[in-house]
Write a protein that binds this ligand. Sequence first.
Ligand code: UD1
Length: 337
Amino acid sequence: MAVLVTGGAGFIGSHTVVELIEANREVIIIDNFSNSKPEVLNRIEKITGKRPKLYACDLLDLEATRKVFAENEIDSVIHFAGLKAVGESCAQPLRYYSHNFDATFNLIRAMVEYGVGTIVFSSSATVYGSPKTVPIREDFPLSTTNPYGETKLVIERMLKDMCDAGELKSVSILRYFNPIGAHESGLIGEDPKGVPNNLLPYISQTAIGKRDKLHVFGDDYPTHDGTGVRDYIHVVDLAQAHLAALDRAMAVTGTEYYNVGTGVGYSVLDIVKAFEKASGKKVPYVIDPRRPGDIAECYADPTLAREKLGWSAKFDIERMCKDADRWQTMNPDGYTD
Ligand code: UD1
């Protein structure tokens, strides 16, 4: 039996595929390469010695999606595929709502038709909106501040409704904090299109001279140094959380929610210092005004994942920065096909 990984060529998807293959799972990938490159498959093969079966198709194509289920013995799904840039989602809400919802509807429709009842869904800490306190627990109130976050929250609710009604057997919702780092081989990593929105790719591109300087968005937050605090998690730790969640989802019924973070918050300037130390490279920066929509502090209480999934993060911030730097240095222009 195989696990279907949607968006398996993306940043988190590709790292999860590597961990799945190394755990001897059969993996099938669906990816439309809208934000990833086919070269990722060669890299996965280089790392693991195995090439996962790929369907280069779009979940928006229901017939193509059905065909993947018809042609394979699939018993579970990890659903990463979706548009994920917050700023873009505010500028193009229709595109975000229609894409993320339609892709998920088609996937779930095909799952129900083919009797596949287990899904691990890629959600985000963005569903906690602006939390009143930190660390954040899974039972905190939910709200969103942008269309991207809204798609995550609505899909969470839709999956739960289907599970409550018995249309799905088991739903595991993973709420990621800030995934960074890369596989230690330096062969796979984060490859944002154009100017990075997220902090780590911006820092690593600045460190190798692709960008002049980092723009730190605000130094007047109520944090230890005034810059925003986040819970950065190594993407390999995050990938391993998916394996733990998948195993549990196969064994239980119902909907479960897990924070996937380290439980430790670092500020933007903490990260700049950690990156400089780990890489031996300078990261010049300037302080700019706050970025609209940003919050001061966001970090997880990861207790539930430890207790129920037997999972906790292993890699520290220095290792995250080292691996991110290795990937960026070995692949200054990302995946070039
Ligand atoms: C962002 C999204 C979040 C999404 C996540 C996915 C926003 C408001 N939130 O989280 O919904 O789930 O990415 O990875 O976009 N920073 C700088 N300079 C930069 C970039 C970032 O100072 O060039 C700061 C930010 O102000 C923040 C921290 O670095 O304090 C982390 O930012 P980022 O990597 O964009 O992640 P989030 O905003 O936490």
